[in-house]
Design a protein around this ligand. Structure first.
Ligand SMILES: Cc1cc2nc3c(=O)[nH]c(=O)nc-3n(C[C@H](O)[C@H](O)[C@H](O)COP(=O)(O)OP(=O)(O)OC[C@H]3O[C@@H](n4cnc5c(N)ncnc54)[C@H](O)[C@@H]3O)c2cc1C
Length: 392
């Protein structure tokens, strides 16, 4: 019998498992495939070092600045002030295995090639997880169950915590890792906003490799064809300035959905169960950044589970402390404010975004706030919103 079973060993599940195991709890970490590379831009902001200081000793590609283009090609560049504020661009297969290994070193038991698909129940209580593995069906019994298996989760629907995603509540994005001689500034990530709700990106990686992709959110998923806008983006004139060759070697390509509505406050917990990471909506509705917020949710869910196990009280009465933790409340609030700006930004085919960039080109304080909104999920201030609405 495990203290905690976690379905999904992505960044949020692995952080959760690590904290529990470090504190002496028996943890089963169920993963469908450690060789899967999650479709992702792989941009991780500097906050990650608070949760994984070991990453500073790794060779992930360092980033010191950002360049953002609006749909009408206003653009501005921003460099981090402090060199130690660098962020990193990662290959998700490498990164996910790095954080998994840390969980395993802390004492979590990783069960790879196990696809969780249902709960084991007794007298209407969840007492475990059923998983399919190459050697047959497996059963894992545990006191608390944490769902961290992302957008494709089979368990979450069966948990009754939330329904299937509505198309207008998600985003969908496609990207590739490519290789070849290019003119991308090796220390700068570039975002290209478009007339649709979403954006394209070009992120440098080591050895002439780069991650390129684009995504759309909400009802624009129904209006635009992702494959088509992706192909158009690869041939975009601004992108071609960086990628002058015709043939780049495609190392990998994939498409995947992501949550688009911010934290799902009503769905985060119930008796002996919690949802973390993408499953709980821990993704910025504007930038699509979800690695760091997912890791934070995993850490706080683990701390909540520890309190519950120590008190021997694993009902929703104790697990509600997860939702009401000040950091979770802060993320929830900040994503809510960001979400309220998303529609405004993309109104009239991105005209307001263009306006934002125009202001940012000459106003240092506004530019700083815009960057914090995009990169660090900082809630937009009243001043910022007023300036946006009233400055011509
Ligand atoms: C195309 C794209 C680009 C993105 N770019 C960025 C970016 O640049 N920066 C950023 O911060 N965020 C980005 N995101 C968001 C980010 O990828 C997610 O928010 C983040 O991966 C969430 O982590 P997670 O651990 O909650 O879920 P996931 O990373 O999805 O991990 C879930 C884990 O569960 C496993 N799993 C799934 N189903 C099962 C099952 N039934 N049984 C067992 N295991 C299972 C999976 O194999 C996986 O290991 C992007 C998303 C997309 C789709």
């Amino acid at each position: 019998m495990y203290d905690v079973i976690i379905s999904g060993a992505g960044p949020s599940g692995s952080k959760c498992a690590e904290i529990l195991a470090k504190n002496g709890f028996k943890v089963a970490l169920i993963e469908k495939d450690t060789n899967w590379r999650k479709p992702c831009g792989g941009a991780v902001n500097s906050r990650i070092f608070k949760y994984y200081p070991q990453l500073r000793r790794m060779n992930f590609h360092r980033i010191n600045g950002i360049k953002i283009y609006s749909a009408d090609f206003h653009n501005f560049e921003y460099k981090w002030r402090n060199v130690m504020d660098y962020s990193i661009n990662v290959d998700r297969q490498q990164f996910d295995n790095f954080v998994r290994d840390i969980a395993v070193d802390a004492g979590a038991e990783l069960f790879n090639q196990n696809l969780s698909y249902d709960f084991i129940t007794k007298e209407n209580r969840r007492i475990g997880i059923k998983a399919k593995s190459p050697s047959g069906l497996q059963e894992y019994y545990g006191k608390i169950i944490i769902i961290a298996d992302g957008m494709s989760s089979k368990l979450v629907k069966k948990s009754g915590l939330r329904k299937k995603w509505n198309i207008e509540d998600i985003g969908i994005a496609k990207c590739a890792i490519m290789e070849g001689e290019n003119k991308i500034n090796k220390e700068t990530i570039s975002l290209f906003f478009k007339s649709y709700k979403g954006y394209g990106w070009l992120f440098p990686l080591e050895n002439n490799k780069f991650n390129i992709g684009c995504g759309i959110i909400g009802e624009d998923i129904l209006r635009y064809n992702l494959n088509q806008i992706y192909e158009e983006f690869l041939n975009d004139t601004n992108v071609k300035k960086y990628l002058s060759k015709n043939n780049y070697r495609k190392i990998w390509e994939g498409a995947y959905p992501l949550p688009g509505q911010g934290v799902l406050e009503k769905s985060l917990y119930n008796d002996n169960i919690m949802l973390i990471g993408d499953n709980g909506g821990f993704v910025s509705p504007l930038s699509g950044e979800g690695i760091c917020p997912g890791i934070v949710s995993g850490k706080i869910a683990a701390e909540t589970a520890i309190q519950a196990l120590e008190k021997e009280e694993i009902s929703k009465n104790t697990l509600k402390n997860y939702k009401f933790h000040p950091t979770i409340k802060k993320i929830t609030r900040s994503f809510k404010l960001t979400l309220s700006l998303v529609d405004f930004c993309f109104e009239n085919q991105g005209q307001n975004l263009s306006k934002m960039f125009k202001i940012a080109e000459h106003d240092d304080a506004f530019r700083e706030k815009l960057i914090n909104l995009f990169l660090f999920n900082e809630a937009p201030s009243k001043d910022f919103i007023m300036k946006l609405k009233f400055e011509n």
